[in-house]
Design a protein around this ligand. Structure first.
Ligand code: PLP
Length: 405
C-alpha cells in the first residue's frame, strides 16, 4: 500500500523541493494540501484556452465554460451524495459557507431568546459567525463539552437539545486533536428534537467518506484547498427544502430573477446564493481534484492515513516527555503534541530548519486550547502523499531537538 501512495508523490512537484537544503517533509495538510499537476493544469488551461464568463453568454466560450462549471457542481454533488446539484452552492470556502448559513438561516428561523449549539472543539469559523448571529438577534450560544481524551460528551449534548435551540453546528473532525465526532448519531438526536444541523466538513471531506444522505446533514461546509483543489473555492451543501426557505446572503448579479426599483425577485437554487461572477476556474479545478481522490478511492486514502497516524502516534510516544494532545478512540489524520516543556514555537521553528513543515499555536481553536489548559500544540497533519519514512524523519528530528534543550 505504501508504494502506491509513494508513487503518487511525483504528481506533486512541490514535494521534491529542498528547504534549507533538506528534503521537504510537508506535514501541514490540515492547513492546506498540496496540488497534483492535473489540478494546476486545469487552472492553467482554463485561463489559457477556456476563459469566458459563465451564464448569460451566447458565445461559444461562455457556453463551454458554463457547461464545465455546472458539470463541476454535479461532480461535487456526486462526491457527497447530494440529491441534486442545485443543493451545491459554490462559496470561497468553509468559512464563507458557515457565514452564509449563519446569516440566511438566522434571518429566516431565529429570534430573540433562541439558542445555537456548537462544540468546544470548533474552529473559529464555526464559532464567530454564530456569535455574530447571537449578537444580532439577542440569542445565546451553548457549548457541548468534551472529556479529557477529546471526545464529545453525548449525555451533555442531549441535555442541551431543548425547544429554544434552532441549530447545532458541529465539526466532523477536529483540526487540532483529530477527533472524529459521531455526527450521524448527533444529527439523529437533534432531528428527534426538531433541530437542524450544520456539519463542518473542512477536515473530514478530504479524509473520510462523507455521505450527506447517510448522515442526514441539513448543511455541510467544506473547502477545496484542503482536498487537493485550489484556494478560493468551497462548498455549501444544503437540503433544497431548507435552502428554499432562507433568504439570499449577498445581493448582485446572478442571484436575481427580475430587478426593478420597486421590487426585485430572486433566482432559483443554487444561483440565489451565488451573487456575482463565481470562481468558474476554481470549480472545474476542484472537480478535477475530486476525480483525483475518487480514482484512488477515499476509503483507500482513509485506511492509508489511519495507518500513518497509528505509526506516528506509536513512534512519537517512544520519545521521552512526549505528550499526545487528543487521544479519542476515533481519530483522523491529525496529530497534536507537546514535547516536554519546550514551547511549540521553538519546536516548530527547529523542525522548519530541518525541512519539516508543521503548524504550531492554537490552530484557530482558542476555546479548545483553553479547555485543554495549554498554550498551544505542535500539529502534524497527514495527507495521502505522506510516507512512513517522513514519520521517521519527524521522530528523529524531535529526538534531536530534545537533546538541544
Ligand atoms: N473548519 C475547520 C475544522 C478547519 O480546520 C478550517 C480550516 O483550517 C476551517 C473550518 C476554515 O476553512 P477555510 O479557511 O478554508 O474557510
Amino acid at each position: 500500500m505504501d508504494s502506491f501512495f509513494k508513487d503518487l508523490r511525483s504528481e506533486f512537484p512541490i514535494l521534491s523541493r529542498k528547504i534549507y537544503g533538506k528534503d521537504l517533509v510537508y506535514l501541514d495538510n490540515g492547513a492546506t494540501t498540496q496540488k497534483p499537476r492535473r489540478v494546476v493544469e486545469k487552472i492553467e488551461n482554463g485561463y489559457y484556452y477556456s476563459n469566458a464568463n459563465i451564464h448569460r453568454g451566447v458565445h461559444y466560450l461562455s457556453q463551454r465554460a458554463t457547461e464545465a462549471h455546472e458539470a463541476a457542481r454535479e461532480r461535487v454533488g456526486r462526491f457527497i451524495n447530494a440529491d441534486s446539484a442545485s443543493e451545491i452552492i459554490f462559496t470561497r470556502g468553509t468559512t464563507e459557507s458557515i457565514n452564509l448559513v449563519a446569516f440566511s438561516f438566522g434571518e429566516a428561523f431565529c429570534k430573540e431568546g433562541d439558542e445555537i449549539v456548537v462544540s468546544v472543539m470548533e474552529h473559529h469559523s464555526n464559532i464567530v459567525p454564530w456569535q455574530m448571529l447571537c449578537e444580532r438577534k439577542k440569542m445565546s450560544l451553548k457549548v457541548i463539552p468534551m472529556n479529557d481524551r477529546g471526545e464529545i460528551l453525548l449525555d451533555e449534548y442531549k441535555a442541551l437539545l431543548n425547544p429554544k435551540v434552532r441549530l447545532v453546528a458541529i465539526t466532523h473532525v477536529s483540526n487540532v486533536i483529530g477527533t472524529i465526532n459521531p455526527v450521524k448519531e448527533m444529527i439523529a438526536l437533534a432531528h428527534a428534537a426538531g433541530i437542524k444541523v450544520l456539519v463542518d466538513g473542512a477536515q473530514s471531506v478530504p479524509h473520510i467518506r462523507l455521505d450527506v444522505k447517510a448522515i442526514d446533514a441539513d448543511f455541510l461546509a467544506f473547502s477545496g484547498h484542503k482536498i487537493y483543489g485550489p484556494t478560493g473555492i468551497g462548498v455549501l451543501y444544503g437540503k433544497a427544502e431548507l435552502l428554499n426557505q432562507i433568504p439570499p446572503y449577498q445581493g448582485g448579479g446572478e442571484m436575481i430573477d427580475q430587478v426593478h426599483f420597486e421590487k426585485t425577485t430572486y433566482n432559483v437554487l443554487p444561483y440565489k446564493f451565488e451573487a456575482g461572477t463565481p470562481d468558474f476556474i476554481g470549480s472545474i479545478a476542484l472537480s478535477e481534484a475530486l476525480d483525483f481522490v475518487d480514482e484512488i478511492g477515499i476509503e483507500r486514502i482513509e485506511a492509508y492515513e489511519k495507518s500513518l497516524l497509528e505509526y506516528a502516534t506509536m513512534e512519537l510516544m517512544k520519545i521521552d516527555g512526549m505528550r499526545i494532545i487528543g487521544t479519542a478512540a476515533d481519530k483522523s489524520a491529525v496529530l497534536s503534541f507537546l514535547l516536554g516543556n519546550i514551547h511549540p514555537f521553538d519546536v516548530g521553528t527547529l523542525l522548519d530548519h530541518l525541512g519539516i513543515a508543521v503548524r504550531i499555536g492554537h490552530h484557530c481553536a482558542q476555546p479548545l486550547i483553553e479547555r485543554l489548559g495549554i498554550d498551544g500544540t505542535v500539529r502534524a497533519s497527514f495527507a495521502l502523499y505522506n510516507t512512513f519514512e517522513e514519520v521517521d524523519v519527524l521522530v528523529k528530528a524531535l529526538k534531536r531537538i530534545q537533546t538541544m534543550f
